[in-house]
Design a protein around this ligand. Sequence first.
Ligand SMILES: Cc1cc2nc3c(=O)[nH]c(=O)nc-3n(C[C@H](O)[C@H](O)[C@H](O)COP(=O)(O)O)c2cc1C
Length: 361
Amino acid sequence: MSSWGNDVKISVFGESHGNGIGVVIDGLPAGEKLNLDEIYLQMSRRAPGKDKAATPRAERDIPEILSGLLNDTTTGAPLCAVIRNTNVRSGDYGNVLNCPRPGHADYTGYVRYNGFNDIRGGGHFSGRLTAPLVFAGAVCRQILEKKGIKIAAHISSIGDIEDERFNGADISCELMDRLSKTTFGLIDQSREEKMRALIEECRLSQDSIGGTIECAVTGMPVGAGSPMFNGIENVISSIIFGIPAVKGIEFGSGFDGAKLRGSQNNDEFYYDNGVVKTRTNNHGGILGGISSGMPIIFRTAIKPTPSISVKQRTVDLNSKSDSELEIHGRHDPCIVVRAVPVIESAAAVAIINILSEVHKL
Ligand SMILES: Cc1cc2nc3c(=O)[nH]c(=O)nc-3n(C[C@H](O)[C@H](O)[C@H](O)COP(=O)(O)O)c2cc1C
């Protein structure tokens, strides 16, 4: 399904090489004044052609708002935004029609939709469908920001080159603000050159590279979320896995925590001016599916871009024989860079739903 959420529900529509893509956001509170420049800024962080490590497909990604906004203020009616597809070169996909790209959704989509799916540019499976998600997230994060909740992510690794991690017990507003506005977000900016060099090396060898993204949510009130099947981890994971190329997620100390002892992994409580806090944040701000008031921290694994131009083996679905494929077209040598604002946006949509459930926004 391409719809997600309960109290604030998003429906993403469109295909990469169709007329346009977009989103309907239903259930937003009325009377929220939105800063449209802030929305465009978030969309331009994700847009192709903005960073030299991204695909040269230069889409402007300017959303046209069809409903739900009057004088830049939410009316309470469904908010619908459309982004026209302008920079389409479907000819690049001619050879993919019968020969599915290894690592992409061409084969599974073909079987699932009996060959009727629009395969051009990945169709509805394309990374381009994350543009409307960023629009929805940009709206939600503005509403959250007014409640003191900030969301920011950074590139935590490209290949085996790592950035520093968030200090989950103490994340400054300055760091959150800097990361949530940049296109190559790093905590330690001195790692940028090495990461870019690795991406460029992969691009020149007609290959691609994966990585991880770490996201933090600060200012989260204590006591939001639910146990068992509707916990904060469940809700965040559910929307994060809606982002193409996401293959894993971990919260707090995550898989590293599985190597520790309880005495090392537990986060001891203390009072800070009457507020209960933890001295460390291995729990990633979530205990029993419910927020502890500490920053929520999670990391996602992003696989290497499947479309690479080096020759690969595949099958020809028409002749039912083995075949070979050389992929043309414009593809990111590394998805991670442009996926950072997408992760933040998905987190914003998740958090607004989590808060609506308990506190009613
Ligand atoms: C921002 C973003 C950009 C992407 N760009 C590309 C791309 O240029 N080429 C490509 O093959 N896949 C790209 N992808 C990934 C594919 O859409 C994805 O791998 C594919 O739909 C299969 O889904 P899965 O990897 O989640 O299984 C991108 C994903 C994101 C989030």
